[in-house]
Write a protein that binds this ligand. Structure first.
Ligand SMILES: Nc1ncnc2c1ncn2[C@@H]1O[C@H](COP(=O)(O)OP(=O)(O)OP(=O)(O)O)[C@@H](O)[C@H]1O
Ligand SMILES: [Mg+2]
Length: 355
């Protein structure tokens, strides 16, 4: 089907059109008239000798992995925005489709949805095809692809289709995307395959080196998120893990400032990315960015010290999007609505992915 027949069919039959933000850590699905109907961890809990028995999908899988002792392995089918496990990705997406359609329409009658899929800028053509194929095999009828950063801009309520320039930075679990957007198109962009998961790894490495204690990914993520808690009186963070010398549980208290120091290189990396994009921004849009500021989105927008570091380093006010987690899915939904109303010219970032 060509893109125009896709669009015209969309106009007449949009109830079954879904926007998906298939992130490395979280998946969101939005449906016209219902908004965001699914927000689940991009995870599958498996068991068995060949890890071929699926026990749970999404948030339930993550919760289960903390409680169930034997044989369960928590798998994340996406890594840095691309498919790491094709079979599990397909299974998981199919499950998410069914749940999303049930939430939106109140029945489990499953009809192949039409999908607008958001992918990060750093994904290659081959990798994008693989994701689209998995989405199609999971039951989607047609798959359109939009740049994740464009959807983030739209969903953050920025003036994406006006002559004024907007700058967005999306800090996800596996990727960081940043772009300057004007007149409905991406003017300059850059991304890197590194995000919140790498910051967790930096914390794991730090506590192992300095305190000789082994902690898991989930503990590291909790430590990272607790930095942005408002509790200013709390000077230390309690860290629980295993003592590698005797294999016994160990609890220590680590000064917050030390954890902040351990994530500093990751913050610097993001600041450098922002600088790169700013340095390539046409001078006529630079004034707009200074005036409108920089908008952060994705879960990493909350990373302690990030907004301040960007503001100090660039001299440009940096704020967090009103809906940092949902803006990609909501933006993609708005793009679908624009298609319904025939405003397709404002969305040049979209391409139809051939099978
Ligand atoms: N308060 C917080 N402080 C720091 N990081 C946070 C906070 N809350 C969530 N995060 C991080 O945000 C990341 C998840 O964000 P998001 O859901 O936007 O990623 P994603 O869309 O799944 O990934 P990607 O876009 O890279 O594929 C995780 O790494 C999580 O640890
Ligand atoms: Mg994302």
């Amino acid at each position: 089907m060509g893109i125009f027949s896709f669009i015209s069919e969309f106009s007449g039959f949009s109830n079954n059109a879904v926007a998906i933000d298939l992130g490395t850590v979280n998946t969101l699905i939005a449906i016209h008239g219902a908004g965001v109907v699914l927000r689940e961890a991009t995870a599958v809990a498996v068991a068995g000798e060949n890890q071929d028995i699926v026990l749970a999908v999404g948030n339930e899988a993550v919760e289960m992995s903390g409680r169930t002792p034997t044989g369960l392995v928590l798998r994340y089918p996406f890594r840095e925005g691309v498919i790491a496990d094709y079979r599990l990705a397909e299974y998981m997406i199919h499950d998410f489709f069914k749940r999303a359609i049930h939430t939106a329409h109140g029945h489990s009658f499953y009809t192949s949805p039409r999908v607008l899929l958001c992918v990060p800028d750093c994904v290659t053509d081959v990798e994008r095809r693989a994701v689209c194929e998995a989405v199609r095999r999971a039951g989607a009828r047609d798959v359109l692809v939009a740049e994740e950063i464009m959807a983030a801009c739209v969903g953050s309520g920025l003036p994406y289709d006006e002559p004024t320039g907007s700058m967005v930075v999306d800090i996800g679990g596996g990727t960081v995307d940043t772009a300057v957007i004007a007149l409905g198109g991406i003017v300059v962009s850059k991304s890197m395959r590194s995000g919140g998961n790498n910051i967790d790894r930096a914390i794991i490495g730090f506590v192992r080196r300095k305190y000789n204690i082994i902690i898991g990914n989930r503990s590291a993520e909790q430590i990272k998120c607790s930095l942005s808690d408002d509790d200013k009186k709390q000077k230390n963070i309690e860290v629980c893990g295993l003592n590698p010398e005797n294999g016994l549980p160990k609890k220590i208290s680590v000064p917050k400032t030390e954890i902040e120091e351990s994530i500093r290189p990751s913050i610097d990396e993001i600041v450098t990315l922002v600088h790169d994009v700013l340095s390539k921004t046409p001078p006529e849009l630079a004034g707009d960015i200074i005036k409108n500021g920089i908008t952060l989105c994705g879960g990493g927008a909350y990373l302690y010290g990030l907004a301040t570091a960007i503001t100090i380093s660039t001299g440009i006010e940096t704020v967090i999007s009103p809906k940092p987690f949902e803006c990609v899915a909501l933006g993609a939904l708005e793009m679908l609505n624009n298609m319904r109303h025939g405003k397709t010219a404002t969305m040049p970032g979209m391409v139809e992915q051939e099978a």
